[in-house]
Design a binder for this molecule. Structure first.
Ligand code: NAI
Length: 245
């Protein structure tokens, strides 16, 4: 991947940071987009630079189509042609469906699904012109098996799988691959807020009996983004310790 330019949304912490770092170790220069926490983004940039990568962090709400487009332009202006797009930005607003507000339903769809669409729409004309590029979308086993309390989140992640497969078919003949990675239960800020009972219940559903690491997800993304996966498109690779078999 030497010298390739990668763009990772939600790269300031958690899984996105691990993906950014792995791609830097693979030889990429890496830009990250983040929602709000500047210090976390700066920390990721410092880690990327330590890994020998040129690095850039841009605050951008991917739910805003114009902002997503502007961010892609800025990355290309500052680092060069983007070769790898990783749609990792995601949020949760859990609650039982019968009590979920329309606002909470929409907010999660706006970031997790529409945000990925915005990024893909901004990058595709560039990838098509160059007849190259790989896109990896971070979905979730929640979107494949459903999860009580996550009507909004599971819908967004199931939608992301449909988006992945559709774009894969639209651009397969243009030398562009589009795949998804579906993590199970991974140790990040997103899961750190869970109470002990929910954590134990989650772990009981994992045949391997342990929570995953952000690096477990990053390794799968690195493979799908690389030339080693050039004949793989439209696939959903689970990284879940066997949670959904
Ligand atoms: P996190 O909460 O630790 O990090 C989320 C990242 O997304 C942050 O960098 C944040 O700045 C960014 N972000 C949030 N809203 C944004 C917006 N509107 N625009 C741009 N960036 C935004 O989350 P974590 O756990 O690292 O999750 C990363 C991805 O992996 C998400 O898509 C999540 O749904 C998915 N995932 C996580 C699992 C887990 O167990 N942690 C399991 C399955 C999937």
């Amino acid at each position: 991947m030497n010298g390739k330019i990668a763009l990772v949304t939600g790269g300031s912490r958690g899984i996105g940071r691990a993906i950014a770092l792995k791609l830097a170790q693979d030889g990429c220069d890496v830009a990250i987009l983040y929602a709000g926490r500047r210090e976390a983004a700066d920390e990721t940039v410092a880690l990327l630079e330590q890994a020998g990568s040129r690095a850039l962090a841009i605050q951008c709400n991917v739910a805003d189509g114009a902002a997503a487009e502007a961010a892609v332009k800025e990355v290309e202006a500052q680092l060069g042609p983007i070769a790898v797009l990783v749609n990792n930005a995601g949020i949760v607003r859990d609650g039982l469906a019968m009590r979920m507000s329309s606002e909470d339903f929409r907010a999660v769809l706006d970031v997790n699904l529409t945000g990925a669409f915005h990024m893909i729409r901004a990058c595709l004309p560039l990838f098509i012109r160059r007849r190259a590029g790989s896109i990896v979308n971070i979905t979730s086993v929640s979107g494949m098996m459903g999860n009580p309390g996550q009507a909004n989140y599971a819908s967004s992640k199931a939608g992301l799988i449909g988006l992945t497969k559709t774009i894969a078919r639209e651009v397969a003949s243009r030398g562009i691959t589009v795949n998804a990675v579906a993590p199970g239960f991974i140790q990040t800020d997103m899961t750190a807020g869970m109470n002990e009972a929910a954590l134990q219940k989650g772990l009981a559903a994992v045949p391997m009996g342990r929570i995953g690491k952000p690096e477990d997800v990053a390794n799968a993304v690195s493979f799908l983004a690389s030339d080693a996966a050039s004949y793989i498109t439209g696939c959903v690779l689970k990284v879940d310790g066997g949670m959904y078999i």
